[in-house]
Design a protein around this ligand. Structure first.
Ligand code: PDD
Length: 360
């Protein structure tokens, strides 16, 4: 294992003292022919893999995270030609796996990718990686209690590999990768104090690509949005449409609270139908909190009493600052807390012996 910049790089196999001159060429040319010296066995390749503690399944074969490899000809790597989901556990039971698998199927259909496995097979294989990843993770003293010892699974299906070229017909067969890692949610302090969000895009700015209703591997717009947010000390980026309205976060849905009611953009403005968003809308209905699904201009969010983000890994996360402006008194508000408490109650987790109670 090599450490570069603190944490990257895993060397596969033991390197020869000078692999370029001591390895037998694989091309049939003599070892003194300098044109061939760049050909080394794949076991000598230094692959930059982060030192992640996790378990990966590739097309149903389960391997430690540090040994997981896919082809450089895979279209997920080359073109972001893939769909994905992120699911999480509570007390190591998968939360709303059925809804996530239904969305995976819908995303795949929207990009004409034919899933190689049935929902039953996905269900089985996801449970298998969760089971295989049940190893002790160093407890994080800053973690929210309901995240301790839990894992998340990223389900990725790419169109597969084939010859270079955009034509999807070049793909041979889809690749299925499941990545189970210890869950890294926001720290408890983020729920107690709230986080900042940073607007990105808007009138005149480049538009996001792709179909927002499909959860695909096409992410550069979102990556640049998060880069900008982090540069301003914000936890999440808020994606603005051409009219300057907030659509969703880079990896979350957005809610404002005004006069005791929730306001959130409708699916029709072009957002992902978040599983957590749906759970929150259901909770609001049960608690008798009115919901208005309508476009959310940035100024409308800034002038709200409260705001929060929803996502699988964040649950219900208070937002207390948007750009340079405080939201309300710049502290998590009562409606956000009430909804998060109800979500905690519904989702569970945090009840294992030795854990703190699962409240904020
Ligand atoms: N992202 N909007 C976008 C663009 C997202 O990527 C996500 C989730 C959400 C929230 O969806 P859900 O509640 O189903 O997690 C909304 C996942 C978690 C991610 O990319 O990590």
């Amino acid at each position: 294992m090599d450490l570069h910049n603190g944490h990257w790089s895993h060397r596969v196999g033991e390197p020869a003292s000078d692999p370029l001159v001591t390895r037998t060429p694989h091309c049939g040319h003599s070892a003194s022919d300098s044109t061939c010296h760049l050909l080394v066995s794949s076991s000598d390749l230094e692959v930059k893999i982060p030192t992640v503690n996790g378990i990966v399944s590739i097309d149903g074969m389960v391997v430690p995270a540090g040994e997981a490899r896919v082809s450089v000809f895979d279209r997920g790597f080359l073109y972001g030609d893939s769909v994905y989901e992120v699911v999480r556990t509570y007390d190591l039971a998968l939360f709303e796996l059925g809804l996530h698998l239904a969305r995976l199927a819908s995303s795949a259909e929207r990009i004409a990718l034919s899933l190689p496995w049935t929902a039953d097979r996905f269900d089985r294989e996801v449970r298998r990686v969760v089971e295989a990843s049940r190893e002790a993770d160093a407890p994080d003293p800053a973690a929210a209690p309901w995240n301790l010892g839990e894992c998340s699974v990223r389900i990725v299906v790419t169109r597969g590999s084939g010859e270079l070229g955009l034509d999807p017909g070049l793909a041979v067969e889809p690749t299925v990768v499941l990545i189970a890692v210890p869950l890294r949610g926001p720290p408890l302090a983020a729920y107690r104090e709230g986080v900042a969000a940073w607007p990105f895009g808007g009138p005149g700015a480049p538009r996001r690509g792709g179909d927002p209703a499909a959860k695909t591997g096409e992410h550069l717009f979102h990556v640049l949005a998060v880069r900008e947010a982090r540069a301003h000390g914000a936890q999440e980026a808020l994606l603005l449409d051409g009219a300057g309205s907030v659509t969703e976060g880079a990896s979350s849905n957005v809610f404002a609270v005004r006069g005791g009611a929730l306001e959130t953009p409708p699916l029709g403005v072009g957002i992902l139908a978040g599983v957590t968003r749906a759970v929150v809308l259901d909770i609001a209905g049960r608690l008798g909190i009115p919901v208005r699904e309508r476009p959310l201009p940035l100024a409308g969010l800034e002038s709200a009493d409260e705001a929060f983000l929803t996502s699988t890994v964040r649950e219900v996360l208070p937002v207390v600052r948007v750009g340079d402006r405080p939201i309300g008194p710049a502290a998590p508000g009562p409606v956000t807390r009430r909804i998060h408490a109800a979500f905690r109650e519904a989702a569970g987790g945090g009840h294992k012996p030795g854990k703190a109670p699962a409240s904020v």
